[in-house]
Design a protein around this ligand. Structure first.
Ligand SMILES: [Zn+2]
Ligand SMILES: [Zn+2]
Length: 304
């Protein structure tokens, strides 16, 4: 016997869900700030996570205060589409000076909460001229997070995230999926993590979360995000006792991993905050010979 479903009863297929979700400029960093504060409670890195919460709060204020910035015109948009390119590529889009305004607002916003080491970093960064700041921005956007001034790069990255989030939110539905699934369709940056349950209406689907602009784009579950290897190559690891909210999806083919944040299990989870609160998982997976395929731009490599 066959049962016919009325159109309204057909379970939502992947094809019906949005392929691309651009960030909600009104709340994206405020949500993150609340999550950092929550994760800081009783956490061995509590002071660090609390400070990162202040940073996220300052990012939201900077975003709220950011003036309108130029976005691609129609000709640029259709040209990008024709060539399968992201609309505002991190490394070549002529970034507006507004990002430096965001940086100064962020430095002022977090200064009252900084410990001695962070205060020194903020002060040094505040004295940089525009050309030096642009050079640091170029480094962040090339994901060169090591070396001299590495301690300053998370703040530069925080301001660049604000600027690119503003662009992504403005572009909205103009951001269309690319043929290459591994990079952000809006800005071309690598994903920081992937998430299941990008919103309450999309409980089971997996999206990659852009490390720069916060755009999320759909990708099939149980598939390596770096080399496209299928289900038989991927495995999952998590830290005992954390209910599997954050897992590492490892790939046996290219030996990379990317974390997976289960927002379907806890809607308050945040891709960036939950990532930084589970650095112990990175250490565990690194030790088993996997290297992380996407950056968290707010992390100082080798420090915390
Ligand atoms: Zn992006
Ligand atoms: Zn792989």
């Amino acid at each position: 016997m066959t049962t016919l479903l009325e159109p309204g009863q057909i379970p939502q297929a992947t094809g019906d869900a949005p392929r691309v979700l651009t960030p909600d400029a009104k709340d994206v960093f405020a949500h993150r700030a609340r999550r950092f504060a929550q994760l800081a409670e009783g956490h061995p890195l509590g002071d660090y996570l609390r400070f990162m919460g202040r940073l996220a709060e300052a990012q939201q204020h900077a975003l709220d205060a950011m003036p309108a910035v130029p976005v691609p015109d129609d000709a640029h948009e259709s040209q990008s589409r024709q060539h399968g390119m992201p609309l505002v590529p991190a490394q070549s889009w002529p970034r507006d000076a507004a990002w430096r305004g965001a940086l100064r607002a962020i430095l002022n916003g977090v200064a009252p909460h900084a410990n001695e080491a962070a205060a020194a970093t903020l002060k040094a960064l505040g004295a940089f001229d525009d050309a030096a700041l642009e050079a640091l921005a170029d480094r962040v956007l090339r994901t060169e997070l090591y070396g001299e001034h590495a301690d300053k790069l998370p703040f530069v990255a925080a301001a660049l995230q604000v600027y690119w989030t503003r662009l992504a939110a403005r572009l909205g539905a103009a951001v269309q999926p690319l043929d290459v699934p591994g990079v952000c369709p809006c800005c071309g940056a690598l994903p920081a993590v992937s998430v299941i349950g990008a919103s309450p209406e999309l409980p089971g689907l997996r999206y990659l979360h852009c490390s720069l602009c916060g755009t999320e784009w759909h990708m099939t579950r149980a598939q390596c995000t770096a080399c496209d290897a299928g289900e038989s190559a991927v495995a999952y690891q998590h830290i005992e006792g954390d209910k599997g909210l954050v897992q590492a999806e490892t790939c046996d083919v290219c030996k990379s991993y990317l974390k997976l944040v289960r927002r379907d299990k806890d809607a308050s989870a945040d891709p960036v905050a939950d990532d930084l609160a589970t650095l112990a998982l990175d250490i565990l997976v690194d030790e088993s010979g996997f290297s992380r395929s996407g950056p968290n731009l707010l992390l100082v490599p080798g420090g915390e």
